[in-house]
Design a protein around this ligand. Structure first.
Ligand code: NAP
Length: 275
């Protein structure tokens, strides 16, 4: 993998991470059909130089964190695991926010246990809960950080105003919002991340597949003898030094293909064509 890195507080990770959500069962619900294959994807990511994994207690729920521990514990030196809490899964189609301090405190303890960690390197609030004052949710996580259970705090699915509000409570090292060639609605948040030295983790970096259908992307890919996914990921890396893509897949072949995107340099002409 190319040697570019990004900081998560005092930790440094390679720029391309791995989004582990896709190794669970269909709809991110329940165990994968083939547990051994899921372990293989996770282990191959590490072999290829990935040292940042993104997960959440709601993936499965719980299954994703369990798979990571099964496949990789005891963890290799330098591996940074970012997990998230604050979403509940009452059924396979629902992702319900719960940002109550009591829930977040028990969620952190649950992730520590499943991941077999004494301290979580990056704990991200998965989404603001409209029923709970945002400052209460962030404050509860800041309290867990002071208790030594969390090393760094991150946010996900936040507005610029929420990022600023959280930064008044505790240092924030990362933001994870939806961002890809087709959806740049978080451009303002990305600019703030660049300004404050915060890593930006674009979820749906391939638009969950949508970016692969773009004619512009396909044309550039054909000329570079690359795949559309590689062009979409190379564009993200070129877009900002704060960018830490976490493409997800359940396939070793796609994983290998996606990681090779770190070596692709798009020309100024290509970047202009992609807008
Ligand atoms: N914070 C949040 O609210 C939030 C929400 C969603 C996701 N996330 C995180 O962000 C990560 C990335 O998002 P994502 O996995 O949903 O989206 P994504 O990376 O944009 O797309 C993943 C989809 O594209 C396919 N794919 C991956 N590589 C491919 C390739 N080279 N060629 C063709 N198809 C390919 C995968 O299927 P195959 O398995 O067949 O490869 C999968 O269906 C997740 O894993 C998760 O950690 C966070």
């Amino acid at each position: 993998m190319a040697s570019e890195t990004v900081a998560l507080g005092d930790l440094t990770v390679n720029r391309m991470g791995f989004g582990a959500m896709r190794v669970c069962g269909p709809d991110v619900w329940g165990p994968p059909e083939d547990r051994v294959a899921a372990h293989q994807v996770l282990r191959r990511a590490i072999e290829l130089g990935v040292n940042f994994l993104d997960t959440a207690d709601s993936y499965g729920p719980y299954v994703d964190e369990e798979l990571i521990a099964e496949a990789l514990h005891p963890y290799p030196k330098g591996l940074v695991i970012g997990t998230k809490g604050g979403l509940l899964r009452p059924n396979r189609h629902a992702w319900d926010p719960n940002g109550r301090p009591g829930h977040l405190r028990s969620a952190v303890d649950g992730s520590l246990k499943r991941l077999k960690l004494e301290c979580i390197d990056l704990y991200q609030l998965h989404a603001p809960d409209p029923k709970v004052p945002f400052t209460e949710s962030v404050g509860a996580l800041a309290q867990m950080q002071r208790a030594g259970k969390i090393r760094h705090l991150g946010l996900s699915n936040v507005s610029l105003a929420q990022l600023e509000e959280a930064r008044r409570i505790a240092p924030i090292v990362s933001v994870q919002n939806r961002y890809n060639l087709e959806d740049r609605s978080s451009d303002g948040v990305l600019a703030a991340c660049e300004k404050f030295g915060i890593a930006f983790l674009p979820w749906f970096p391939l638009g969950a597949g949508a970016c692969l259908k773009s004619a512009k992307v396909k044309k550039i890919a054909a000329r570079l003898e690359a795949s559309a996914a590689q062009v979409a990921l190379a564009w993200l890396l070129a877009r900002s030094k704060a960018m830490l893509p976490i493409p997800g897949t359940a396939s070793v072949a796609h994983l290998e293909e996606n990681l090779r995107a770190a070596a692709i340099r798009l020309s100024a002409e290509d970047l202009a064509a992609l807008g």
